[in-house]
Write a protein that binds this ligand. Structure first.
Ligand code: NDP
Length: 245
């Protein structure tokens, strides 16, 4: 299932842990040329050693700063001359009911989960247009399809990722660019640790302990979407643990 992945230049945001790191492991094995971004360089350095990736391919990136996201994509261009796949994966999920008025977390989710994705699109799109090819993979969620108590803002950001991706899909048709939304359910990563609200964090941790599946599931979806022939555009994969409602 890894055809068409060898030598593709793939940029991943949020590559220091969880889904981004696991996708990097699978893609490295399949022969992709990776360029990885996140804020925690120590974690990316350890990952790069594990998968045999040069340190040049790591860029300290805070996705809320568009110049840093541009620098991440620029590194792919300077190292490899092109960007074939942009995976806008960085995100956080500090769930809480609106009445708790956790303004800082609302701002953070909007900045990372929405603006971070937009900056990733903005950095990669001009290159893909010029190449007349490319694939932009944006990470939404099951929470981008349904809203529960406590997930109003997080779901809002993940609905936004789907809306932005669908608009992008329609706009980039003339350039041969493919667009994919990956929408997982509960997957075992560090994501629940971003929940800080009292009473909510324990509930979310318990839910993940009972339901979450391995991050390998996400990496396999990335590989599937990327390995289709160029004339096949996988627009969304929505999946969840078999046990999850
Ligand atoms: P993790 O917490 O394990 O990873 C999140 C990643 O995002 C880290 O690498 C972190 O890197 C990065 N990140 C956070 N803030 C920033 C920032 N400002 N700039 C750059 N990178 C940032 O969680 P997941 O791997 O689970 O999350 C990845 C994506 O998957 C998110 O968009 C999440 O919403 C989505 N998702 C996850 C699900 C799950 O159950 N795990 C389900 C559905 C969707 P660093 O801190 O080093 O910057």
């Amino acid at each position: 299932m890894t055809e068409g992945i060898e030598n593709k230049v793939v940029v991943i945001t949020g590559a220091s842990s969880g889904l981004g790191a696991e996708a990097a492991r699978h893609l490295a094995k399949a022969g992709a040329k990776l360029v990885l971004g996140a804020r925690r360089m120590d974690r990316m350095t350890a990952l790069a050693e594990e998968i045999g990736l040069s340190q040049d391919a790591l860029v300290k990136t805070d996705v809320t700063d568009r110049t840093q996201v541009q620098a991440l994509v620029d590194r792919a261009i300077s190292l490899h001359g092109r960007v074939d796949v942009m995976i806008n994966n960085a995100g956080l999920m500090p769930l809480s009911p609106l009445e708790m008025l956790r303004y800082d977390e609302w701002d953070q989710m909007i900045d990372v989960n929405i603006k971070g994705v937009l900056y990733g699109i903005g950095a990669a799109l001009p290159h893909m247009k010029e190449q007349q090819s490319g694939q932009i993979i944006n990470v939404s969620s099951v929470a981008g399809h349904s809203v529960g108590p406590g997930s109003a803002v997080y779901s809002g950001t993940k609905f936004a990722v789907r809306a932005i991706s669908e608009g992008l899909r329609k706009e980039v048709k003339p350039y041969g660019i493919r667009t994919t939304i990956l929408s997982p359910g509960a997957v075992d990563t560090e994501l629940p640790s971003s929940v800080a609200a009292e009473g909510v964090s324990e509930r979310v941790a318990g839910f993940y302990k009972d339901h979450a599946i391995s991050a390998d599931s996400f990496a396999r979806c990335v590989i599937f979407a990327m390995s289709q022939p160029e004339d096949v555009d996988i627009n969304e994969i929505l999946y969840r643990p078999t046990r999850q409602e």
